[in-house]
Write a protein that binds this ligand. Structure first.
Ligand SMILES: [Zn+2]
Length: 284
């Protein structure tokens, strides 16, 4: 199988986890993924997970769900314009046998640029010409109408403006829904606010197969064990932790596979109860 493309199934649905690339996080930035940890706790936990304290290779994993009737892409990735290291979703789809024109629906879990900007090429043309893009209404409004980029912190201004421009350019493809709405038979959005205002996850059901797309409710497997640690850019950290714990409980109850956008590729595994908490078991 091609690097960065992993095929699996959920009931009758054919699924492909597709790497959009990865971003190198340096030693200075790394602790910002784990606000709430002490230096000692973080050093010990990284060691336990076999991770370096000097850098983090943050993956981006998009997901294709082919229901037979519809081809649904979960997040379009970062595109190749802003981050030269991202934008690998189209070659990944091709390796799995799909062309951009085959995609019927793109679900945007939230308005961060590594999730929504893959829909435009460098000339501003639609990458997925036949797709409708689905986003939570509140999330769309937040990013396109209300957001004052400067208010989100000087370091983020360029990111936020790029995202806003990108989303506005996609407007004619956009269908807005309420979190919790059904997207297609067997695919329903789940309201998981906190990381962003109306961040959405997805529940995928086909036959006995269960998959939960957790998107950015957890960035790394460490966030499954340490549910009080969170990235510095969670907009509402308490609410984000509540959303994360709700999904972890649900994944255990349903014995559902999870797909996590930023986990090590292919981002798939099970959540297991462990003492009072949880741990991640990668999918073999
Ligand atoms: Zn992300």
């Amino acid at each position: 199988m091609t690097d960065g493309v992993y095929m699996f199934s959920v009931g009758d649905f054919k699924c492909v986890s597709i790497s959009d690339g990865s971003q190198l996080i340096d030693a200075q930035m790394l602790p910002t993924f784990f606000v709430g940890s002490t230096n000692d706790e973080l050093a010990r936990t990284l060691r336990w997970h076999g991770l370096s304290p000097d850098y983090l290779d943050l993956q981006s994993n998009c997901l294709l769900i082919d229901t037979g009737d519809e081809r649904i892409l979960v997040d379009s990735g970062g595109g190749s314009v802003y981050h030269a290291v991202l934008g690998k979703v189209v070659p990944g789809l091709a390796a799995a046998g799909y062309q951009p024109g085959d995609i019927d629906t793109i679900v945007l879990t939230h308005g961060h640029l590594d999730h929504v900007c893959g829909g435009l090429d460098k000339d501003g043309a639609f990458v997925f010409p036949n797709a409708r893009q689905i986003m939570a209404r509140g999330e769309w409004e937040y990013w396109t109408e209300e957001t004052d980029a400067a208010a989100m912190g000087a370091a983020l201004v360029a990111d936020v403006q790029f995202t806003q421009d990108c989303l506005r350019a996609l407007r004619s493809q956009m269908t807005l829904i309420e979190p919790g709405d059904e997207i297609a038979p067997g695919i329903r959005s789940i309201a998981t606010p906190g990381h962003t205002r109306d961040h959405m996850s997805l529940a995928v059901t086909s036959g006995a197969g269960r998959l939960i797309c957790v998107a950015d409710t957890m960035d790394l497997p460490i966030h499954i064990e340490r549910t009080t640690w969170h990235p510095a850019w969670d907009q509402a950290p308490e609410q984000a932790m509540t959303s994360r714990r709700m999904l972890l409980r649900r994944a255990v109850e349903e014995d559902a596979l999870i797909h996590a956008f930023h986990f090590p590729f292919p981002g798939l595994g099970y959540v297991r109860e462990d003492g009072d908490g949880w741990r991640f078991e990668p999918y073999e």
